[in-house]
Design a protein around this ligand. Structure first.
Ligand SMILES: NC(=O)c1ccc[n+]([C@@H]2O[C@H](COP(=O)([O-])OP(=O)(O)OC[C@H]3O[C@@H](n4cnc5c(N)ncnc54)[C@H](O)[C@@H]3O)[C@@H](O)[C@H]2O)c1
Length: 444
């Protein structure tokens, strides 16, 4: 059953506390996000990279100069109303975890140290079959799938009660799980629920968290590339429970650059004969991706981008035969400061070849943290606007955007940005902006 989307007057106000539930709370992305939000709340830094905090939106005609901040247009939760909790395989509090991840320097971590120290992860629902290169002590005792779902729900309920939380959002910042192909147990909700009873091995820990969230009325966002809410069973559950879902795999680093560059090449009808992408990465994520099953999940997510942007079936002369390769190598000395090289072979007028080299020395979690903030705030908005099921308008944030089964995903960052902003205009009863602009010159 699909829910009816609400309009401006009916969107519930963001009253009370918003609980942010994070599987993988002790990881690099999560701790960078948590430390960052507190630093910003203390006015010690700007929320650079966050559209909800710094972005503006044009409304009406260009001569009106109406360009409010997005957070002035749409009713978003205030940063001071966010309360955090989560699970991790390691028991360290978030101060210890942030120091260990080494994304932020010690001064930054210590400036919000007491806040981070208060964030201690609950024991995780974990199964090493899905993350071979990880082994930590802070895990719930092995039990049946249904008992583990109940244990997650009990954690959530206690958190809600103790902190007088009015709404929650769950965002997966956990490790990438091993590659899973959608199978019969994922095909319908009744199969999935039978699989829960039978402890089906194709149900991963992330799916148990997602099932617990959705059946508790909590939106679920997947920041990793593993299969979780992008299966028919979960889509059905999200519709039944009238809850928002979105995913997957935060669009940062090399893929962000790809989705900025590739639309430009296509817009100018320049051909592509090859795109070779390689990375070195030394954090825990890099260590997990050193396992071939986890890498396979990531590879699928990274490879799909160019095909959907360039549309080789529509432009066979330009894009039919391009060679696309993505490599990630685990190289500990670099930590979270990944280095990516892209070697792009393009061709122009009369087929003359040209080359583009991109050497992106990025900081993965610095790019990911503002996405976490935007996603939890927008997922909460969607929930208050009764927009249940897949939130395709949030494609802007993902490497593998989830969309309806009969659609292809939209990867082009600029189309994604237009889609996101037009959704906000729509929700607030503002005119859609098509950029036609002929009405400035002619009577239409
Ligand atoms: N860093 C980025 O820019 C970026 C971009 C896109 C996607 N991602 C994805 O986001 C996720 C987090 O990335 P990261 O760099 O923070 O990795 P990380 O290894 O630093 O953190 C992941 C955390 O998840 C925990 N974990 C693993 N399985 C768990 C489970 N079942 N329950 C609870 N906790 C669990 C681990 O102990 C670890 O602390 C990864 O899947 C990664 O692929 C990251």
């Amino acid at each position: 059953m699909r829910g009816a989307m609400r309009r401006k007057e009916e969107i519930k106000r963001p009253e009370g506390k918003l609980g942010i539930l994070i599987p993988g709370m002790g990881g690099a992305v999560s701790t960078t996000f948590l430390a960052g939000v507190q630093t910003i709340r203390q006015s010690l830094a700007l929320p650079v990279g966050s559209l909800t905090q710094m972005g503006t939106i044009r409304l009406g005609k260009r001569f009106e100069y109406r360009i409010p901040l997005i957070k002035e247009l749409v009713p978003l939760a205030d940063l001071d109303d966010l309360i955090f909790a989560g699970w991790d395989v390691f028991p360290d509090n978030c101060r210890q975890a942030a120091l260990q991840c080494k994304v932020l320097n010690q001064d930054h971590v210590e400036a919000v140290g007491s806040f981070l120290e208060g964030l201690v992860p609950w024991p995780a629902v974990f199964n090493q079959t899905f993350v071979k290169n990880l082994d930590g002590p802070n895990v719930k005792p092995q039990a049946s799938h249904l008992e583990l779902v109940d244990a997650i729900k009990a954690d959530i309920e206690a958190f809600r009660r103790e902190n007088a939380i009015s709404r929650c959002v769950m965002i997966w910042c956990g490790s990438t799980e091993a590659y899973l192909k959608p199978s019969a147990v994922h095909a319908t909700l009744s199969n999935f629920e039978a699989g829960l009873k039978d402890n089906d091995p194709n149900i991963s820990p992330s799916m148990l968290y997602a099932y617990a969230a959705l059946t508790s009325g909590i939106p679920y966002i997947n920041g990793a590339p593993n299969l979780t809410v992008d299966i028919a069973a979960m889509e059905e559950l999200a519709d039944d429970c009238q809850v928002a879902i979105a995913g997957k795999d935060f669009k940062t680093g090399q893929t962000l650059m790809k989705t900025i560059l590739a639309p430009g090449l296509k817009a100018r009808m320049l051909g592509l004969s090859g795109w070779y992408s390689t990375n070195i990465l030394g954090n825990r994520d890099g260590m997990v991706l050193d396992d071939k099953d986890s890498f396979k999940t990531k590879e699928e997510s990274k490879l799909s981008v160019l095909d959907t942007i360039l549309q080789p079936q529509v432009y066979p002369e330009l894009y039919r035969e391009f060679f696309h390769k993505v490599v990630i190598n685990y190289y500990p000395p670099r930590g979270d400061n990944k280095e990516g090289w892209d070697c792009i072979d393009i061709f122009g007028w009369l087929g003359y070849p040209m080359q583009i080299k991109v050497n992106f020395l990025c900081r993965d979690s610095i790019l990911a943290a503002p996405l976490v903030l935007d996603l939890v705030l927008f997922a909460d908005l969607a929930q208050r606007a009764a927009m249940s099921g897949i939130q395709e308008w949030l494609s802007f944030y993902f490497k593998s955007p989830q969309c309806a089964a009969n659609l292809y995903p939209e990867h082009d960052l600029f189309i994604q940005s237009i889609k996101l902003k037009n959704t906000l205009r729509y929700l607030m009863g503002e005119e859609q902006i098509t950029h036609l602009g002929l009405d400035y010159y002619y009577d239409l």
